[in-house]
Structure formats: C-alpha cells, structure tokens
Design a protein around this ligand. Sequence first.
Ligand SMILES: [Zn+2]
Length: 403
Amino acid sequence: MSTELLYYDTPPPEAFTARVVDVRRLTTGDGEVVLDRTSFYPEGGGQPCDTGTIAGSAVLHVRKENDVVVHLIGGATPTVGAEVSCAVDALRRRDFQQQHTGQHVVSAALLRAGGYNTVGVHQGDAYTTIEVDAPQVPAAMLDAVEDATNAVIMADLPVTTEWADESTIDRLPLRRPPKVSGSIRIVRIADLDCVACGGVHVGRTGEIRLIRIIGTESIRGNTRIIVKIGDRALRDYRDASRIVSNLSRTLSAQPAEIEARICQLTDRAERAETAVADRDARLQRLTAAQLRWQSRSIGNVSLIASVLRDESSGFLRGVTETLIAEGSTVAALASVDGDRVLWSVGASVDTGMTFTTSRARMLALIDGKGGGKPPIWQGVGTRPGGIDTFMSAIADAVETGSL
Ligand SMILES: [Zn+2]
C-alpha cells in the first residue's frame, strides 16, 4: 500500500495524525515505521529529509521505498494499527522550504539574465549550491542575478503546485525537461518560473526573506554558485558584520580600510621575515666560525662537539651545514631547552662517516629520537642530563672510526 503524501499539500502540515501500518525492529535498537499518510519529507531531489516526532519518539531519518515512506525512529516504536500524533521540526523544514524555493528563484534569474542553465543543485548544512553550464559567471552578472532574486522576494509572488501528465506537460513553460514520467508535480512561481519538482516550498516568495550569492567555484568546466538563502543569509550577514567590526577595532581601521591595512601588515611581516632570515644566516656563520676555534683534530678529521642554549633545530642545522661544508669535519651540536634537548650531527661526505651503526646506542643516552640521511641527522631527546655523555660517545666513535 502506498503512503499518502501530505508534504505535497500547500502549505504542507507541520502536525498531523496517522495510522501505523507497519513496524520493523532493527538490530541497532532503532525501529522503522510506515504510516498510512505522512508529512515527513523523505530525503531526495537534493533536499535533506524532515525530522520531528512520531508518538513522542524522535524521527531520525526518512526515506522513500518505491511508493512507501519509511521513518527511522529512535526509542519506543508505536504498535501497528495505532493512531499516532506526528510533528515535523518546523524550523528545520522552514529552512529547507526557503532553500528550495530560493534555489528555484536563483535558477530562474540565472536563465533570464544570462542564459545559464542549472545542471545540478545541492542543499548543504551551511549553504545551497547551484551548478550552471558555463565555465565562469562574471561578478557583475552575479550582482544582477542577486538583485533580480531579491526583487522577486519583495514582489511576494505566489508559489503554487499542480499535477501534469504526458498529455498536458507540453503546454507548460517548463524551465527544463522533467526527469520523471507519468504524473508529474509542477511548481510555479507566478509567471516567473515553472519546473517539475517534488520538494517542499514556501507559499509566497516573500517568505524567502533574503538571497545572497557569496561566491563561485569551478567544477568540471561548469560553475558552482554558492548561495545563502533565507534566515541563513541574515545569520551570515550578522556573523560577517561582527567579524568586520572586531577586525576594525583590532586594526584601528574603518571597515573600508581593512583590506588595505591587512595588505600593509602582510607586506611588513614578509619584509621582517626576510630580515630575520638574513640575520639568522649571518649568526649561523658567526657561530660556526667561533665553534671552529674549539675543534679537536682526530686523525684527518676535525671534531666540533658543543652544547648551545635556546637555539632552534633550524639554527642547529644551519650551523652544522656551515661547519661540515668545509670538509673533513664532524660536528655534533645540541641545544637544551627545559626538559628537551635538540641534537644535530653532521659529517662531511669526505669523512665517509654515516652515523648509522652507533646512532641507536648514542640516542639512548639522551632518550632521543630522530634520524636523517647523510650528511646531517637531527632529532630531540628528553634527557638533557645525558648530553655530556652523548658528546663524549661521539668523540670516541670518531676516534675509533665507528660513527
Ligand atoms: Zn523545488
């Protein structure tokens, strides 16, 4: 037996009574309920399903199986034959009605203003997207479409539904050919738009309240237009205003000056970063030159082993690179930072040393981790107290040629 579809009524009822015709218990503990009639919209046509309650139990999901609407229920399920009170979540539905009707208005305006055909729609949790058959839509066109849609809202046009079949469908000014056959539901917005659609809509365009196109993205050679519709558009405007006024205060700039101020600050930060990098490089070269004085000759190799304070691993790497670049050098550097010790070991390629065989044994001395590949290895240890032993062990390994 097919379900009577109350959500096709205009307007669709938010509260209704129905008789339970089937109940299935699921292994998850939830239940599936079929009613003789329902106003719960099942997921489909780019529109999410309604939620609400059936006999006080939460409706988690609604789907359509052929001509039957199946409600997924959390908690107690009613018994077959019972007459139950049902309530649709009105706020959630109102949002979908605004999204769906708003999408029709935007699609109609895109076609009228620029000849763009809607080839796909999606109602997301945050915004609705409309995909059109063009690689790009100019910003001025989007503004014109937005103005046209808000004029339709202000005109408060009636949204009506009717049924058509093969014999009458050709006489209708459809925006696009229907995807279904047989008895087809037609949704009209006065003489602005006429399209086959099974979704829930508002009764008049004024209920859409506001439409704001917030951006576009490219997809498969088409353009996806991102739209805030209805109460969502108002909330988005409120959030955006709050962000702008916070930025205005933080930057001590008028809203119109915020972009320029941020560009100025970004430029300044980039210049400062370059200056710091230059200075770091100079400091690394100076440190390397200083450490060179403390080197020990072991055979043909100069060994530099030193513990620095509060330096970054990038700094240790830079100094190590400078030292081993001169050849015949092994450099072992560390920097203690509270409970951590950063380590860096480098060996000039001509020494033939690769810090492979002894690494695990050495790192155990500082509870260290890390690795690398010739000619530099780096990491972190959690036992700064072991760092002197670590340095001595490196010296021993260089001496015995077992680094
Ligand atoms: Zn629709």
